[in-house]
Design a protein around this ligand. Structure first.
Ligand SMILES: C[S@@+](CC[C@H](N)C(=O)[O-])C[C@H]1O[C@@H](n2cnc3c(N)ncnc32)[C@H](O)[C@@H]1O
Length: 203
């Protein structure tokens, strides 16, 4: 398929997508918000007073949801890109894989975090295997980081791709946490290999 045909299809799909339309009505910056909302409806994670780290947060719909639901808490949002400001969030611009950025996150914590969530994804190459391996590496790195900063009863949530790194990530999740679930929200596109891993209670 030619490039301009692909982008035309993308625009048409976006117009038809109910979650894109809904995000405009609800004031979310991305349709991704509904994936987190579905995760929260199923696992009942978010409530007042929580400390949340949102990695790969731009444009910010996950942090927007957290900011709306978590009153009197702390939300730290990190991305390579600038994130337009969101009430009650602290923003850190930089590469999460760099030690100084991890240190900046830790510097913002007064207590350990209740939730570490990552929707990080690399810029796609279009080669699905490479994209899923690279995004898998980011997921593993955030999982290892969560172990350092999360409370004993904390949650780790991350995008995960069905692919060669999937089993390895689930195994790592089970090594660190007592409960590990994989969940594909309805709002995650059916033709996408994306799912979410939800881990709870550190070992
Ligand atoms: C799918 S988007 C996140 C959408 C976001 N959850 C929302 O609801 O608006 C993935 C993000 O991961 C970020 N990202 C990828 N690699 C990163 C890294 N190494 N450090 C920080 N952010 C990264 C990208 O810049 C991109 O903004």
């Amino acid at each position: 398929m030619k490039k301009n045909k692909i982008s035309k299809n993308w625009v048409n799909n976006q117009r038809r997508d109910i979650y894109v339309r809904k995000s405009k009505v609800d004031g979310y910056r991305a349709r991704s918000a509904y994936k987190l909302i579905e995760i929260d409806q199923k696992f009942k994670i978010f409530k007042g007073g929580l400390t949340i780290i949102d990695i790969g947060a731009a444009p910010g719909s996950w942090s927007q949801y957290a900011s709306r639901v978590v009153k009197n808490g702390k939300i730290i949002s990190i991305d390579l890109k600038e994130i337009e400001s969101i009430p009650n969030t602290i923003q850190i611009k930089g590469d999460f894989t760099e030690d100084n950025i991890k240190q900046k996150i830790k510097d913002q914590l007064k207590t350990n975090a209740d939730v570490v969530m990552s929707d990080m994804a690399v810029n796609t190459t279009g080669i699905k295997n490479i994209d899923s391996i690279q995004t898998g590496e980011l997921c593993k790195e955030s999982l290892v980081f969560s172990k350092e900063v999360i409370k004993k009863q904390g949650y780790f949530i991350s995008k995960i791709f069905m692919g060669s790194t999937f089993n390895e990530i689930v195994a790592l999740g089970k090594k660190f946490f007592k409960e590990v679930k994989v969940f594909k929200p309805k709002s995650s596109r059916k033709d996408s290999k994306e799912s979410f891993i939800i881990c709870k209670n550190l070992r």
